[in-house]
Design a protein around this ligand. Structure first.
Ligand code: KG4
Ligand code: ZN
Length: 338
C-alpha cells in the first residue's frame, strides 16, 4: 500500500500555516496568526507579507517536527497559489518552489477555495465526508460562495458575493459598534443573549444565488447614528439586541440563498466551510434544515474551517494521486478562480 507524505503550505492572507498529511490523515497542522492587524481593524497587506517572511521557516519546521518526520521523507510540496493577497501568496509560493526544487520532489499548486471545500475529505474520526454531488457554502472574512461540487476537481460556483464577504459584514458591523477586530465571534456570543427581532434590517435584493452585504453595513451605520443622536448610550444599553438582530439578518440572507440553491439543483447534501461556519446561528439553521428539508449537513472540525494548511495538504494529496503536478515556473495568482 502507498505511504505518501505531503507538506501543505498556506499564506494567502494573514495566517502562515504548514501541515503534514500522511495518506488522508493529518499529522500536524501549525498556524502562526498575525496579531499585528488587530490594531488596524483589518488586514494590512504589506505587514502581512513581512510577517509571512518571518514565520514561514519556523512554521514549516514545527509542522515537520510535530509530524515526527524529516523533510527527506516528503513526497511532494503543496502550496496555495491563490486567490489571496499577492504579497502574501508570493512568500508561500516562492518558499514551496525552492523547497521542492531543493528536495527534487514534485510541486503541487492548490486553489485556496478548493482547499476550504476539500477540507471535508480529511480523515477525521467523527466527521463524515459528503457524498457527490453536494453544495458547499464557503463563508469567511474573504469569501462568500455557493459551489456545486460534482467531484473533487469538478466544481462550479453557482453563487457568490458581489461586494463584501459575510465575515466582513460581521467585522464592519462590529467596528460601527466599537467592538474589537475580528468582531464575528463577539457578535455571535452576544447574539445568543439578545432578541433577534428587536431591530429590523432590510435584506438586500440580489438576483439569483449571488449575495450582497455592503448595503447591510450602511443600513446598520445609519440606524446606529440615528439612535445614538436620540440616546448617546443606545449601543451600550442594547448591544446584545443589536448583535442578535444583525446576526438574524445575516443568517437569513445566507439561508435564503442556500434554500434556493438546494431546490434548484435538487441537492440535499450541504457542506459549509470558512471562519464564519463557527457561527452558532448558521449551525442552528443548518440543523433546522435537516429536519425541515431533509438535508444532510457537514461542518468540518473547527481547525480545518478557518484558514489552515491541512486543507492545502489534503488537496495536495488528492492531486498527487492524480499525478497532477505543477511546473517550477508556476506563479501566484491573486484572483485565481475555482
Ligand atoms: O476563515 P477565516 O479565519 O479567515 C478568512 O477570512 O479567510 O475567517 C475569519 C472571519 C472573520 O471575519 C471573523 O469575524 C469570522 O470569520 N468569524 C465569525 C465567527 N468566528 C469567526 N463570524 C461569525 N460568527 C463567528 N462565531
Ligand atoms: Zn480562506
Amino acid at each position: 500500500s502507498q505511504n505518501i507524505y505531503i507538506l501543505g503550505i498556506e499564506s494567502s492572507c494573514d495566517d502562515t500555516a504548514a501541515s503534514v498529511i500522511h495518506n488522508g490523515k493529518i499529522l500536524s497542522n501549525v498556524i502562526a496568526s498575525q496579531k499585528i492587524h488587530e490594531e488596524f481593524g483589518g488586514v494590512v497587506p504589506e505587514l502581512a507579507s513581512r510577517a509571512h517572511q518571518q514565520n514561514i521557516v519556523p512554521v514549516v519546521h514545527q509542522a515537520l517536527a510535530k509530524a515526527n518526520i524529516t523533510k527527506s521523507q516528503l513526497n511532494a510540496i503543496a502550496f496555495t497559489r491563490g486567490p489571496g493577497l499577492m504579497g502574501s501568496l508570493l512568500v508561500g509560493t516562492s518558499f514551496a518552489k525552492s523547497l521542492a526544487y531543493g528536495l527534487n520532489i514534485p510541486l503541487i499548486d492548490v486553489n485556496h477555495m478548493q482547499g476550504h471545500i476539500l477540507a471535508h475529505f480529511i480523515d477525521e474520526e467523527g466527521f463524515d465526508k459528503p457524498p457527490f454531488p453536494f453544495l458547499a457554502m464557503t463563508i469567511s472574512g474573504g469569501h462568500t460562495q455557493i459551489v456545486q461540487v460534482d467531484n473533487y476537481f469538478d466544481m462550479t460556483v453557482i453563487g457568490e458575493t458581489i461586494d463584501d464577504a459575510v465575515g466582513e459584514a460581521y467585522d464592519k458591523s462590529g467596528k460601527i459598534l466599537g467592538l474589537g477586530y475580528p468582531a464575528g465571534p463577539e457578535i455571535d456570543k452576544r447574539a445568543q443573549l439578545g432578541n433577534p427581532k428587536a431591530f429590523q434590517f432590510t435584506k438586500p435584493k440580489v438576483d439569483g444565488l449571488n449575495f450582497s452585504f455592503s448595503g447591510l453595513k450602511t443600513a446598520i451605520l445609519y440606524f446606529i447614528q440615528k439612535e445614538v443622536k436620540k440616546n448617546p448610550n443606545f449601543i451600550e444599553e442594547h448591544l446584545n439586541d443589536i448583535c442578535a438582530s444583525i446576526q438574524y439578518t445575516i443568517i437569513g440572507i445566507l439561508m435564503d440563498k442556500l434554500k434556493v440553491a438546494s431546490k434548484q439543483t435538487n441537492i440535499k447534501h450541504i457542506a459549509i466551510g470558512g471562519g464564519v461556519s463557527a457561527n452558532s446561528g448558521i449551525r442552528n439553521a443548518l440543523k433546522l434544515g435537516e429536519q425541515k428539508f431533509g438535508w444532510s449537513t457537514y461542518i468540518p472540525k473547527f481547525e480545518f474551517t478557518t484558514d489552515n494548511a491541512a486543507m492545502i495538504a489534503i488537496v495536495g494529496y488528492l492531486k498527487f494521486l492524480d499525478d497532477d503536478f505543477a511546473e517550477q515556473n508556476i506563479t501566484a495568482s491573486a484572483r485565481l478562480k475555482i
